[in-house]
Ligand binder design. Sequence first.
Ligand SMILES: NC(=O)c1ccc[n+]([C@@H]2O[C@H](COP(=O)([O-])OP(=O)(O)OC[C@H]3O[C@@H](n4cnc5c(N)ncnc54)[C@H](OP(=O)(O)O)[C@@H]3O)[C@@H](O)[C@H]2O)c1
Length: 338
Amino acid sequence: MPLVNRQVVLKSRPGGAPTTADFDIVETPLPAPGDGEILCRTIYLSLDPYMRGRMNEGRSYAANVALGQVMVGGTVGEVVESKHPAFAKGDLVAGYDGWQAYGVSKGVGVRQLDPKRAPISTALGVLGMPGMTAYVGLLDIGRPKSGETVVVSAASGAVGSAVGQIAKIQGCRVVGVAGGHTKCGYVVDELGFDACVDYKAEDVFGGLSRTCPQGIDVYFDNVGGDVLKAVLRLINVNARIPLCGIISQYNATELPPGPNWAPILINRALIKGFIISDHLDRMPDFLRDCGAWLREGRLKYREDVVAGLAAAPAALIGLLEGRNFGKLLVSVSHDPTR
Ligand SMILES: NC(=O)c1ccc[n+]([C@@H]2O[C@H](COP(=O)([O-])OP(=O)(O)OC[C@H]3O[C@@H](n4cnc5c(N)ncnc54)[C@H](OP(=O)(O)O)[C@@H]3O)[C@@H](O)[C@H]2O)c1
C-alpha cells in the first residue's frame, strides 16, 4: 500500500460553469482506520450532476462541500483494512468515500457487493443511486399504466436510460429526449425506446407532437427549461411529472423565466419533486426488480469511464455540457474482478 492518499478538493466556488481551476489535487498521509472503521481503496468513483450543486455557496437539500475539502461522491472500493465487525479485508463494497484514492468510513450506508451477481461498477449506476432514482421516480410518482405515453429527458444518461426501459417493461409507449444523433440512435436501437427527439437538431415541441400522437401521460423531467415548457403543451388530463432534475440550470447564474403553469391546472396534472435519499426504504424492491431485469437482459446500461482521479474535474465539467455518453465513472485503481 502507498503511504500517501491522493484527493481532489474544492479550491474555489464557480460562478457559472466550473473550470478545472476550481479543483486542486493534493496528497495527504494515508489515513488509518480506528475502531469500528474500514479503510477502502477506491476502484470506481461516480460522477453525478448533483455534485455541481455541492460546489455552490448556499445549502441546497444537502450541505455543500467546504473549500479545501474533498469533493463528495459515491464509490466502489475494496476493503484493505478493517476494524469493523461487518467487513473483512478483500470485501468489495459500495460507499461514499468521495474523490480520493483511499477513504476511511464507519461503514454506515456501505453495501457489500457480489461480483457474481453483477459487475461491481453497476452499484454506481443501473443498480445504484441513478437506477433507484429512475425506479422510484417513475413507479411511485409517475405511476405509468400500460398503453400510456412516457417521455423522459436526458434519455441516454444513467437515470433516463433506466426510466425508459422500466417504462417499456410496464407496457408504455416511450419517447426520449436527448442531445445528438448518436445518443438518440442508441436510445431507440439499443434500449428499445419507441422514438427519441434530438433537442439539438429539432424543435422539441414539434418533435414531441410528432412522436406522441396520443399526448403525454408521464414526463420524467431530468432537465427542466425549454424541454419542460414544450412537454407542458402536450400533457394529457391527469398527467404525472416526477421532477427529478433541472440540469439545464445547474450552471446558470440567473434564474430563467419559468414555464406557463396553465396546462398543469387545466389538466389536473401532478408535478412532484423528489430526492432519492428520502426513499431508501425502496432499496430492497429496487435491487430485486432491477437486478432481475438486468440479469434477464431487459435492462441495459452503458458506462462512460474516464481513467484516473486527475481526470475527474474535466469529466464533471463535460457532464454538465452533455459530453458523457452513459453513466459517468472514474476508474481510480485496478478492478480485481476484471
Ligand atoms: N432527484 C434525485 O434524487 C436525483 C438523483 C439522481 C439524478 N438526478 C438528476 O437526474 C438528472 C440526470 O442525471 P444522470 O445521473 O442520469 O446524468 P446523465 O444523464 O448521465 O448525464 C447528464 C446528461 O444531462 C444532459 N444535459 C447536460 N446539460 C444539459 C443541458 N444544459 N440541457 C439539457 N440536457 C443537458 C446531457 O445529455 P444530452 O447530451 O442528452 O443533453 C448529459 O449527458 C440530473 O438532472 C440529475 O441531477 C436527480
